[in-house]
Design a protein around this ligand. Structure first.
Ligand SMILES: Cc1cc2nc3c(=O)[nH]c(=O)nc-3n(C[C@H](O)[C@H](O)[C@H](O)COP(=O)(O)OP(=O)(O)OC[C@H]3O[C@@H](n4cnc5c(N)ncnc54)[C@H](O)[C@@H]3O)c2cc1C
Length: 453
């Protein structure tokens, strides 16, 4: 048993230093002026896991280019999810602008850049799908200004690299949405934390790993922390606890042992990018161009060739390639998955594996891809890609939710799940999609469920 040296008190304790926690911290800071907020992050600096720029694609998901948000069912294209994600992104973007006005974000232009969003498809079937999708979307105010083309010369203007070297016989189509965004979510979180660090009632603790959570007899939460550098143990007592530890949320939620979290499991899916190293090539692509996901691929593995603007530098990524590891965080442990298996979620985990065999087979194939195979996938997008211009880099880690169904078996979910206890003293966020683009909408929901009604 570690030796506990002290117990500190804080009204609100938030675990994890990513964009979601930064957003909730601002909501608490504004609604409960002067009340103490403590933010605990295990790494030496904030926003180094999923929110860090290279660990995600930085797409401001607003529903216009992601084909997985507009599924075709019996010949009818359902655009309702694209509309709702677009609304949530708009709400989040307004929040960031508001933060900039209030001085919480000092330099918003370092965080957000305009990059056109495109969908790009090949072959008769997908061209016809995209045209039908466009005809439906163009009627919606959210997607006003979206353009569609089957004309190769027009598409070449939008996506020069992707059209060069393509067979003249190949049927292609694209939609183009000029006012799309590339977002550095890590930079937004860091700037917000920089502001919070200077406030008297806010305490930011880095190098501090939460390893246990217990409910006290008087309904408070006792949070056990180990200082990573000094090895010192201490505890926090708080009235409200938010677990925003990204992939690290599930194991902490299991420690909290609340009824609302029973039966949940997690399935880690890692990511890899191909990163372009040739500045001339990077300069010739200015778009976030999304294609169609392969058979059995999870929704977040939709391939895209993506302009990024990170710390003032233009970059180019292709991917993500999915993979499997047993780690729940990029800086996590290989024992994360086995340690998360408990009596009340083992059936969920087994059921999810059985019911998602196409996904399992897809992941096995992805893990076995060589650099050459990955380059061949890139050439489906950019036919003249040269191996010498690209290298593989590791993206962030996602933990997809496994949720128990009525029969007691698990189902893999690709969305986000908000867990709030009945007495509203603890909340947690599981899953990672559509992600940071909707951070305000998601955290506002956490706030409302925790403090309203
Ligand atoms: C490959 C990939 C691509 C993505 N692309 C996009 C995209 O294009 N657009 C988009 O909107 N979203 C995207 N996302 C999702 C987005 O990155 C996440 O939704 C978002 O960053 C989650 O933020 P967070 O604050 O919940 O978690 P994180 O940023 O992961 O923060 C969690 C923090 O908790 C800390 N922590 C963990 N355990 C403990 C502990 N025990 N004690 C203390 N601290 C702990 C971690 O160190 C970390 O800093 C992508 C994600 C991935 C992996």
């Amino acid at each position: 048993m570690p030796k506990i040296v002290s117990i500190k008190h804080s009204e609100f304790v938030l675990i994890g230093g990513g964009i979601m926690t930064a957003t909730l911290a601002i909501l608490l800071f504004e609604k409960f002026p002067g009340k103490k907020i403590t933010i605990i992050e295990k790494l030496p600096t904030m926003a180094q896991e999923s929110s860090e720029a290279w660990n995600n694609a930085g797409t401001g998901h607003s529903g216009n280019c992601e084909l997985n948000y507009t599924p075709e069912k019996k010949g009818n294209i359902d655009i309702s999810k694209a509309i709702s994600i677009s609304d949530q992104f708009e709400e989040t973007y307004r929040f960031w602008k508001d933060c900039a006005q209030k001085g919480y974000i000092k330099n918003l232009s370092k965080c957000i850049s305009e990059v056109p969003h495109l969908s790009f498809v090949r072959g008769k079937k997908d061209v016809s799908f995209l045209e039908k999708r466009y005809n439906k979307m163009k009627e919606e105010p959210n997607f006003k200004g979206m353009l569609f083309s089957k004309d190769k010369e027009q598409i070449k203007e939008w996506l020069p690299l992707m059209m060069e070297g393509r067979s003249a016989k190949e049927k292609v189509a694209a939609t183009y949405y000029e006012k799309g965004y590339d977002v550095n979510f890590g930079e937004i979180a860091e700037q917000i934390f920089r502001f919070l660090r200077d406030q008297n009632n806010v305490e930011l603790l880095n190098n501090s790993n939460v390893y246990n959570i217990q409910n006290t007899k008087n309904g408070r939460w006792l949070i056990s922390v180990k200082g990573q550098n000094v090895g010192k143990h201490f505890k926090f007592a708080s009235n409200y606890l938010y677990i925003g530890a990204g992939g690290g949320t599930l194991p902490l939620l299991e420690k909290a042992n609340i009824k609302e979290a029973k039966g949940y499991g997690g399935f880690p899916i890692s990511g890899l990018w191909l990163r372009c190293t040739n500045p001339e090539i990077i300069e010739r692509h200015h778009a976030k161009a999304y294609g169609k996901a392969g058979k059995g691929a999870p929704p977040m593995s939709v391939p895209h060739m993506d302009t990024r603007l990170i710390n003032g530098r233009k970059e180019l990524l292709f991917g993500p390639f999915a993979g499997f590891t047993t780690k729940f965080l990029k800086h996590g442990s290989m024992f994360d998955l086995p340690r998360s298996v408990e009596f009340d979620n083992i059936m969920s985990l087994l059921g999810a594996g059985y019911q998602n065999l196409p996904l399992v087979s897809y992941l096995i194939k992805q893990v076995r891809l060589s650099f050459k195979d990955r380059m061949n996938e890139l050439r489906e997008f950019y036919p003249e890609a040269d191996n010498d211009d690209w290298k593989v880099v590791v993206a962030g880690q996602r933990v997809q939710i496994i949720k128990r169904n009525k029969k007691g078996f698990g189902k893999l979910e690709f969305g986000t799940e908000i867990i709030v206890s009945k007495d509203k003293s603890i909340a947690a966020l599981l899953g990672a999609s559509p992600g940071a683009s909707t951070s305000y909408a998601v955290m506002k929901e956490v706030f409302d469920k925790s403090f309203k009604g």
